[in-house]
Design a protein around this ligand. Structure first.
Ligand code: PRP
Length: 227
C-alpha cells in the first residue's frame, strides 16, 4: 500500500502564527522541528500534516491554487484577495477590526478646499470598495506595512488598517473614523482537495473543531517551529 502524502497546511507568519501553533499543539500536530528553525516546510509531529510557513497575505494564494490543501488566514486577507476557498471554521483568535483612521486634526470624511484625500493601506481593494460605497472619491496608496506612519510624513491624509488593542494608532497620534470590517482567523480549504481527500479533511476539521471549543490547556507548551 502506498503511504499517503500528508495534507499541506499553510500557516501565516506574523501575529497569527503563535495562536495557530498553539491550536496545532492542542490537536497533537505541532511542528516536528526545534523552535527557531528557518525551514519553511516541516512535518507535524503526528505525521498528518506538512506545515508550510508563508506571509499572511500569501495563504489564500497557496490554498486557492492547491499548492496547500488547507490554511489559516485572517478574513482581512481573504476579503482583500477574494480567494475562492472554503471557510469551514472560525478559529476564535486574531479578532480585530479594519478601520479608517487619521490624525485628529485632519478632517474626515472630506478635506477642505476640495482636496482629494489620499489613503494609505495594505488593503487597496477593500479600501476602494469602501469609499466607492460611501461615495467619497479618494486616491489609494498601497504600502505593505507600518501604515500608521504615512499621515505623519504626508504620504497620505488617512489610512485603512487593522486595529487590535488600538495602541499603534494611539502611539502615532491617529484616531478611528469608521469601521470597514470585523476580522478574525479562519480555516481555509482548497475546494478540489476537499473533494478528493474528504476523509482526511473531515478528520482534521473534527479535531480542530474540538480544540477550538475546548479551553486552553494550562502548562508548558513544548518548543514548536517558528520561522
Ligand atoms: C498590525 C496592524 C496595525 C497593528 C494594530 O500590524 O497593521 O499596525 O498590528 O495592532 P494594535 O491595535 O494592537 O496596536 P503588524 O504588527 O501586523 O505589522 P505591520 O504594520 O508591519 O503590518
Amino acid at each position: 500500500m502506498t503511504a499517503r502524502v500528508p495534507l499541506t497546511l499553510a500557516l501565516p507568519k506574523g501575529r497569527l502564527l503563535e495562536p495557530s501553533l498553539a491550536l496545532l499543539w492542542k490537536i497533537g500536530a505541532a511542528g516536528s522541528e526545534p523552535s527557531g528553525t528557518r525551514k519553511l516546510l516541516v512535518p507535524s509531529s503526528d505525521g498528518t500534516l506538512s506545515l508550510l510557513f508563508v506571509k499572511p497575505a500569501d495563504v489564500p494564494v497557496y490554498v486557492e491554487s492547491g499548492a496547500a490543501d488547507v490554511g489559516i488566514a485572517g478574513t482581512d486577507v481573504l476579503r482583500e484577495t477574494e480567494a475562492d476557498v472554503l471557510e469551514p471554521l472560525a478559529l476564535g483568535f486574531g479578532r480585530c477590526r479594519m478601520v479608517v483612521a487619521s490624525p485628529a486634526e485632519v478632517l474626515y470624511p472630506t478635506l477642505s478646499g476640495g482636496v482629494t484625500p489620499r489613503v494609505a493601506t495594505k488593503y487597496p481593494r477593500l479600501t476602494r470598495s469602501f469609499f466607492a460605497e460611501t461615495g467619497l472619491g479618494v486616491q489609494v496608496i498601497s504600502v505593505s506595512g507600518s501604515v500608521e506612519v504615512a499621515p505623519l510624513l504626508g504620504l497620505s491624509h488617512w489610512i485603512v488598517d487593522l486595529v487590535d488593542t488600538g495602541r499603534t494608532l494611539r502611539d502615532n497620534g491617529l484616531v478611528e473614523r469608521a469601521t470597514i470590517l470585523d476580522v478574525g482567523a479562519v480555516l481555509v480549504v482548497n475546494r478540489a482537495s476537499q473533494k478528493l481527500r474528504l476523509e482526511e479533511h473531515q478528520q482534521l476539521l473534527d479535531r480542530l473543531q474540538v480544540a477550538v471549543q475546548s479551553p486552553l490547556t494550562p502548562g508548558h507548551r513544548p518548543g514548536v517551529s517558528r520561522p
